[in-house]
Design a protein around this ligand. Structure first.
Ligand SMILES: Nc1nc(=O)n([C@H]2C[C@H](O)[C@@H](COP(=O)(O)O)O2)cc1CO
Ligand SMILES: [Zn+2]
Length: 161
């Protein structure tokens, strides 16, 4: 009797892989972010990536980072975490886990806390130390949201986003 296959990917690799795949749908020329919300029973509840809201044309709205707020993407882009939260058409997100390819900003931290997400697993943290990142960490800490850096134990699966 041959035993089970042993080189299957972990839950974390599976869900972060889905977040990374979602990020590949992003039209942001500079930073593509993906998110995946999972229940306590490891059921996938929702996914999202950063993009403009429905009806806001990707070819009409600005993708640039510079200039006045309203001439830049920052005024318009919906972050992946918020999209994953808003895409969820089920019941409560209380006690769920969010996998995200980039550490959440302070605006997303507010939504993450208020919908009751209990833990976040993040892959990249390139804005660590910025005001938005510090404010995000401060609120997530106060709210008791577990923040876990993603460990893929170097598997070749790494989808570079
Ligand atoms: N955690 C995050 N989730 C996101 O969806 N975003 C989005 C907003 C922008 O579309 C892009 C960041 O643009 P940039 O400043 O790296 O060129 O990623 C940004 C962060 C980090 O703040
Ligand atoms: Zn955000």
């Amino acid at each position: 009797m041959s035993g089970k296959r042993t080189d299957y990917i972990s839950w974390d690799e599976y869900f972060m892989g889905i977040a990374q795949l979602s990020a590949m749908r992003s039209k942001d020329p500079n930073t593509q972010v993906g998110a995946c919300i999972v229940s306590q029973e490891n059921k996938i509840l929702s996914m999202g990536y950063n993009g403009f809201p429905k009806g806001c044309d990707d070819d009409e709205y600005p993708w640039n980072r510079e200039g006045d707020l309203c001439d830049s993407k920052y005024a318009y882009v919906t972050h992946s975490e918020l999209n994953a939260i808003l895409n969820y058409r089920g019941g409560s997100l209380e006690g769920t886990k969010l996998y995200v390819t980039l550490f959440p900003c302070n605006e997303c931290a507010k939504a993450i806390i208020q919908v009751g997400i209990a833990e976040l697993v993040y892959a990249d943290d390139k804005y660590n130390g910025t005001p938005a990142n510090l404010a995000s960490r401060r609120m997530l800490t106060s709210a008791g949201v577990k923040m876990t850096p993603y460990r893929s134990n170097g598997r070749i699966l790494e989808l570079k986003v």
